[in-house]
Design a protein around this ligand. Structure first.
Ligand code: WTA
Length: 652
């Protein structure tokens, strides 16, 4: 176990939910949670069948679930027929037709659009009809490379309406990253925009899309949303405008939902892993929907009158599950924000909270830390009294940031749900239930009903109390990933090989003496930079592909705002000069290969990297150097121990 795991900070105070909150909560006390949890473990079939009754199925399932840890076949609600967009839209029309489903806040303050459930339903149907007219059929794939605009939500739901699988690429990724993802799933259509806005500037998204599509034979059409009105090149026969297509004569605002099988693929979402290439995580229909529905309801304690805002980007899993599918399946009002939290000033989020009287606010620790740094004058500018529940996701939240969030945003009255989960898990797995649990800053507390986590040692035995180990999940849950798109072998090797048949999360964790979980960060080569998941191998491959570079190693180091940041050790080819300009060049190169989020903060040129006698780079030692540690641990296996001293002296 890496040592930093032991040094996690402890805040010993505990925070109980208020009486008022508890009284109205879906899950009101710890006893009720325990009862639900015990039932879910004793009789999962019964438990999940009861939950699934809250979702509309066209045809009932034959079996609640089956799981074979040998073949890794996993099915939930097999035999059932349903449709995700139907559950997010149609079924609310009877009672919530005029209720707001989506509030969109553009980067400019006056740019607001709202959609009632009926309006959203019609838009989704229209776009689904456009897709049908373009020849898309059940099982086809579509890529989306869009900023946070309503069309993104509409396109997602339209895909699910006709059984098309979406693969969304985060708008901040590079053309190269888009290309790999299109090729990975052989998408027929790419949806993008003429541009996107960032701090008042126009980012030429379409240019990147053009570069990406050039080498993708599978793409038949590119649909472009007009967002920024800047001049773009339209390629004849390939590029079409969203607004023209959707307004064409004959495009109806009704579209019959496809009857999807429970295990039909719903979407693919690429995420970083331990090897160079990101992997396409596959989620399917019924299990995912049931799980995001119930987790959104219980964890965010969703009520019909709530305005709910999750600040994530829809390009990540948090946006999929807890901006779109979870809240809409619950008939909630979900808010989508196009801009960034510190533009035009660090009070932007609080202004939005006041403006829409947000009740539930879900964000990442990196945003909390960044806004905390700006001082409390910004939080005082707006009325935050509408808030009743706060959430955190993406990386461990340090107790200091937790307390600031609790005091200055939540006015000491809002419970904070620190939710642990992953792209692969589809929904939240370990979290407080806000009305039922006493909070401990820094702890994610307890497994959601139906989830059986454990902490194991290297040899597979159970870790004891407070002993850090590998976090595994012992039984499947409805939203578990069903595979890696196009790579069965990788699915087994990544998740089910180390401890055969158990789902390996890649995170380290421990359980304290009261039975509460503490997440301690990744144990593999994945780093969390500002809550974005980045594979160090992916960045290494990008740097090494630069013409001046011979070898590179990327390690994380602690960063006050980002949580973790990237530190690159780079060996250059013979004769290449070590200049600051080259460092900038390397950063730019990484931005082109992956995206600006993957740029290393620090770069150190090294004539040699520490290696074992068999030639393996010892990243553990590099990490200790990057962290500024004096003691680098055992260096006796190094081929040339002098290398380390030189690196230490030149630390950035
Ligand atoms: C980390 C994001 C600590 C963890 C939903 C996990 C967390 C990775 C938490 C998944 C949390 C997520 N506390 N760490 N509450 N939530 N993580 O796939 O390392 O982008 O493995 O999914 O984020 O990142 P991903």
């Amino acid at each position: 176990m890496p040592e930093e795991i032991e040094s996690i900070m402890h805040e010993l105070r505990k925070f109980k939910p208020g009486k008022e909150f508890r009284k109205k909560a879906h899950i009101k006390n710890f006893k009720q949670y325990q009862k639900l949890y015990n039932e879910s473990i004793k009789n999962p079939e019964k438990f999940w069948a009861e939950i699934a009754r809250e979702i509309d199925f066209f045809k009932k399932w034959k079996r609640v679930y089956c799981w074979d840890p040998k073949t890794l076949k996993c099915k939930w609600f097999d035999g059932a027929k349903l449709n995700v967009s139907y559950n997010c839209l149609d079924r609310h029309l009877k009672t919530r037709k005029n209720k707001l489903a989506l509030i969109w806040q553009g980067e400019q303050e006056e740019d607001v659009k709202t959609y009632t459930y009926e309006e959203l339903y019609k838009e989704v149907c229209r776009f689904a009809n456009v897709l049908k007219k373009l020849g898309l059929k059940k099982g086809d794939r579509i890529c989306m490379y869009l900023p946070m605009i309503p069309e993104l939500a509409i396109a997602m739901l339209a895909c699910t309406r006709i059984g098309v699988i979406h693969s969304i690429v985060f708008g901040g990724y590079s053309a190269k990253a888009v290309e790999t993802r299109i090729k990975g799933c052989k998408a027929k259509i790419l949806i993008t925009s003429d541009g996107s806005l960032r701090k008042g500037k126009i980012i030429p998204v379409k240019e990147s899309a053009d570069i990406a599509v050039k080498k993708c034979k599978s793409i038949k059409k590119v649909i472009i949303v007009k967002r920024t009105n800047n001049n773009i090149q339209m390629k004849r026969g390939r590029d079409i405008w969203w607004h023209e297509e959707i307004n064409k004569k004959g495009i109806k605002d009704e579209c019959k939902p496809a009857m999807m099988d429970a295990e039909d693929p719903l979407f693919i979402l690429y995420t970083s892993g331990t090897t160079g290439k990101p992997k396409g995580v596959l989620h399917t229909t019924a299990g995912y929907l049931v799980y995001v529905y119930i987790t959104a309801k219980w964890i965010f304690d969703l009520k019909d009158e709530d305005a709910y805002w999750c600040t994530a980007d829809i390009g990540w899993i948090t946006g999929h599950s807890y901006i779109i599918y979870g809240p809409l399946a619950n008939g909630a009002t979900t808010i989508m924000f196009e801009g960034v939290p510190n533009y035009p000033d660090p009070a932007r989020c609080w202004k939005i909270v006041e403006k829409f009287k947000v009740n539930i606010f879900y964000t990442a620790p990196t945003l909390i830390r960044a806004l905390e740094k700006e001082g409390n004058k910004w939080t005082k500018k707006y009325d935050l009294s509408s808030l009743r529940l706060l959430g955190s996701v993406g990386e461990p939240i340090n107790p200091e940031a937790w307390l600031w969030y609790h005091t200055h945003i939540g006015n000491k009255k809002c419970p904070i749900v620190d939710t642990w989960w992953q792209t692969e898990t589809g929904g939240i797995l370990i979290t407080p239930l806000p009305g039922a649990m006493t909070l401990k800053p820094g702890s994610v507390l307890r497994p959601f009903p139906g989830v059986i986590p454990d902490i194991l040692r290297e040899d597979g035995t159970k870790a004891s109390v407070n002993e850090g180990g590998y976090l595994v999940i012992k039984q499947p849950w409805p939203a578990m990933l069903r595979g890696i798109w196009g790579n069965k072998k990788r699915f087994r090797e990544t998740y089910f090989k180390k401890f055969p048949g158990l789902y390996l999360t890649g995170d380290g964790a421990k359980i304290d003496k009261e039975g509460d979980f503490w997440i301690m960060g990744r144990l593999d080569d994945v780093v969390n930079v500002s809550g974005h998941r980045i594979g160090t191998m992916e960045v290494e491959s990008a740097i090494v592909s630069h013409k001046s570079v011979a070898e590179a190693a990327i390690v994380p180091y602690p960063h006050a705002i980002k949580g973790q940041a990237l530190y690159a050790f780079v060996s250059l080819n013979k004769g290449v000069k070590k200049t600051e300009k080259l460092k900038d060049g390397l950063r730019k190169h990484v931005a082109e290969e992956i995206g600006p989020i993957a740029k290393p903060d620090r770069i150190q040129f090294a004539d040699a990297l520490p290696k074992t006698r068999s030639g393996k780079i010892m990243r553990r030692i590099l990490k200790a150097i990057a962290e500024g540690k004096e003691d680098l641990g055992n260096t006796s296996t190094l081929a040339d121990p002098t290398v380390v001293e030189i690196l230490k002296q030149k630390r950035q």
